[in-house]
Design a protein around this ligand. Structure first.
Ligand SMILES: Nc1ncnc2c1ncn2[C@@H]1O[C@H](COP(=O)(O)OP(=O)(O)OP(=O)(O)O)[C@@H](O)[C@H]1O
Length: 324
């Protein structure tokens, strides 16, 4: 399969009446990468994904796939495929016929479409259940069928709208490993919408953080985690403290904060034992809430209690200036 198609959003905008759901997005998705579109509820993730898929009309701007604007094209003509949150399988069709469905719509003969459907079922490890109906499958199995069905058209880009949200936590972690493996094997771009920071960090080569209809920050997962650009990203991605200093707002990771003899004065508000580490929540004199995540042996060498006065310190190199 050919890899490395460029997908570019140019001034992409979506309005629903007075509501601007997506405001002037400009972004080039790294070809052949696993991208997570991350953000809180209502920030415009699904609208963006649905516009790329062709399930929602573009209000303004264009969507370039391999240099061509696909915005005027019907979903099936774009070279994209979408996997829906609820899988949207046809209840009366067998697993094999569900996977082969879009090929039937294209007029491909029965034996050829079954052969192709069987190849995809093998890819998602579902060959043994090809003759079952969707109702006879577990949630995880239904999801594999939905994946096979989306991939049968050989899309250049696969769009996934909260694909793991219907699964229990155990299965969710297993399936995310499989999604990542599948993306690597196919080499096509996956764009996965999620509001889960952990999910995005675990899966994404690139994270695109959206807030209030715009992209707040986009970059490699480690970069977004290590260098959040704005207070919103720092708080949303988790694990960071936002502290107001005379020179402006800065962020410092919770695992970089130490309790020391000297440093910023604070009061311990709560202690949470987390196994390998202990989370010490404090409030500074300036009113910032600062979390220190200490290795458990270090904490228990000099344990603290709520109400204790402490001093917070960090290596200056771990401080990171926020731009907004
Ligand atoms: N069909 C619609 N008609 C009117 N407003 C809509 C419609 N769909 C979405 N919106 C509004 O557009 C904004 C963005 O919605 P969207 O579904 O894209 O966000 P989201 O980030 O995917 O949220 P969630 O995580 O809750 O699915 C929201 O304010 C929402 O209320």
């Amino acid at each position: 399969m050919r890899t490395g198609y460029d997908l570019e959003l140019v001034h992409l905008t979506k309005r629903y009446g007075e509501t601007v759901a997506v405001r002037d997005l400009n972004h080039v998705f790294a070809p052949g990468s696993y991208v997570c579109l991350l953000g809180p509820s209502g920030c415009g993730k699904s609208s963006t994904l649905r516009m790329i898929a062709g399930h929602e009309e573009v209000s303004d701007g264009s969507i370039l796939l391999d240099g061509h604007d696909v915005a005027p094209l019907a979903p099936a003509q774009r070279g994209t495929a979408m996997m829906f949150q609820n899988y949207a399988l046809f209840p009366h069709l067998s697993v094999r016929d569900n996977v082969a469905f879009s090929l039937r719509m294209k007029g491909i003969d029965r034996s050829a479409r079954h052969k192709r459907a069987d190849e995809l079922l093998a890819l998602v490890d579902m060959t043994h259940l090809a003759d079952r109906l969707p109702a006879q499958l577990s949630g995880g199995q239904q999801q594999r069928v939905a994946l096979a069905r989306a991939l049968v058209t050989e899309p250049k880009v696969l769009l996934l709208d909260e694909p793991l949200s219907a699964l229990d936590p155990f299965l969710r972690i297993r399936m995310r490993t499989e999604l990542k493996k599948l993306q690597r094997e196919l080499g096509i771009t996956f764009i996965h919408v999620t509001h889960g920071q952990d999910e995005a960090l675990a899966l994404a080569d690139e994270i695109v953080v959206m807030n209030d209809a715009v992209i707040e920050q986009a970059g490699p997962a480690r970069e977004v985690w290590a260098k959040p650009r704005t207070e919103f990203v720092a708080r949303f991605i988790g694990g960071h403290n936002v502290i107001t200093l005379p020179q402006g707002k800065v962020t410092v990771r919770a695992d970089a904060v130490q309790l020391a003899d000297e440093g910023m004065a604070a009061t311990v508000m709560a202690i949470e034992y987390q196994g390998a580490s202990v989370a010490v929540s404090t409030t500074t004199e300036g009113g910032d809430e600062v979390l220190a995540l200490l290795p458990e042996d270090q904490f228990f060498a000099a344990p603290k209690n709520p109400g204790d006065a402490v001093r917070l310190s960090w290596d200056e190199a771990r401080l990171h200036r926020l731009t907004a």
